[in-house]
Design a protein around this ligand. Structure first.
Ligand code: ZN
Length: 82
């Protein structure tokens, strides 16, 4: 919710200082934004390379021989069904 400066002044002038602080706090609570990154689910694809077998991230194609629970390149969680 965004108030124009004129509306904000009109509302605040009718309040005591304590009420203004309460109102400001409530507005900050409403405007709180969750700073989160969506989880990407992926799986390791086993690939027979020319020299040796390796795993490839299904999300970004990163190659590794050390399967981990998260892709070290893109951060995908390796819990997806292959
Ligand atoms: Zn990846």
């Amino acid at each position: 919710m965004k108030l124009s400066p004129k509306d904000a002044k009109r509302i605040l002038l009718g309040l005591t200082p304590g009420q203004r602080i309460d109102k400001a706090i409530r507005r900050l609570e409403v405007q709180t934004v969750v700073d989160a990154v969506p989880v990407v689910h992926a799986h390791w694809i086993e690939v027979d390379g020319v020299i040796e077998t390796y795993s490839e991230c299904s999300a970004c194609g990163y190659h590794t021989q050390d399967d981990k629970y998260f892709c070290p390149w893109c951060g995908a969680r390796m819990d997806e069904e292959a």
